[in-house]
Design a protein. Structure first.
Length: 305
């Protein structure tokens, strides 16, 4: 079968000049070579043989689902990161309860020494003063965390609360202060221009014989405003002779400067950044569920293949 003249190239649409010496079945622009079939059939055959890249919509449904799940995880991680940064940010001074303007109330006590039981262990307690504190929680330790080797689930110590009050909550300068907590200590640092009164901060070791109060303490968060009533005490595990003693002044620092409080009453005056904690908590669960979904799709793909 004789090849037809290639006047218009079906590949690049080049119009062949009449005076060229190039073979008539060859395109001088793109090099396309015509076979013995008609133009339209030849070009259609060429397009069929060159398999185009698959569009996203033509991909298997499981592959599309995996892409969507990956994008969802990235979005949730971004939202969760923002919520994590905002959740621990204390509220504005304009929303501070009026009671936090006052220093803690401390007075003499005639309460005799006593004992209480916790998890089959006996603890000796010696009261040294009555105590009432209203403050804004700016940091706390995590006695059940992996980084705290001093506490475990059997420790009588509850969560330590680092709180501020008075002038420190009278303006928003405390937002410029960086607070953190160790197993027994509250740390803070701030730039030089910040107004911050060291004597209006305390790190409080809290103990109690009331399980409801223990659970309420474990639910407290940074940014919460609280009121505590109880006793400043010295205490020890009755099996040992090592006492943990309470400070009785707000003007000291370093080792031994923390208040040890036997809590008789705890009130949550105002919650802190509830939305930040809520969004952060939801985002953690969503990431877990989305990862579980990706793993499920992966197992389905293996089964299908």
């Amino acid at each position: 079968m004789k090849r037809s003249d290639l006047k218009i190239c079906p590949n690049c649409q080049h119009v062949r000049p009449d005076d060229t010496s190039t073979p008539k079945h060859l395109c001088i622009a793109c090099g396309y070579r015509q076979n013995s079939a008609p133009f339209a059939e030849t070009y259609a055959h060429m397009q069929h043989d060159e398999e185009p890249e698959k569009a996203w919509s033509d991909s298997p449904k499981t592959a599309v689902l995996q892409r969507l799940l990956s994008m969802a995880i990235l979005i949730v991680l971004l939202i969760g990161t923002v919520a994590y940064m905002l959740k621990a940010r204390p509220i504005s001074s304009s929303t501070i309860d009026s009671g936090l303007a006052h220093d803690p109330a401390q007075g003499p006590t005639d309460e005799p020494p006593f004992q209480f039981e916790y998890r089959d262990q006996t603890f000796d307690v010696t009261p040294v003063a009555t105590y009432e504190l209203q403050g804004l929680i700016v940091s706390h330790n995590n006695p059940t965390g992996m980084t705290d080797s001093y506490h475990d689930k059997n420790s009588v110590d509850t969560r330590d609360l680092c709180v501020i009050w008075g002038e420190n909550v009278g303006n928003d300068d405390f937002h410029d202060v960086s607070f953190s907590s160790g197993a027994w200590t509250c740390y803070f640092r701030y730039p030089g221009h910040t107004r911050f009164n060291h004597s209006q901060l305390s790190n409080n070791h809290l103990i109690t014989d009331n399980q409801d109060i223990r659970e309420a303490i474990s639910d407290l968060r940074v940014g919460d405003q609280i009121k505590i009533k109880g006793l400043l005490v010295n205490y020890r595990d009755a099996r040992y002779n090592n006492w943990r003693n309470s400070s009785t002044t707000r003007n000291d620092g370093g080792n031994g400067a923390c208040e040890v409080v036997f809590v008789n009453d705890l009130q949550l005056l105002k919650r802190g950044n509830q939305m930040g904690f809520f969004v952060y908590g939801v985002s953690k669960w969503l990431v877990f569920l989305l990862l579980l979904g990706k793993f499920g799709v992966f197992l389905y793909e293996i089964k299908q293949n």
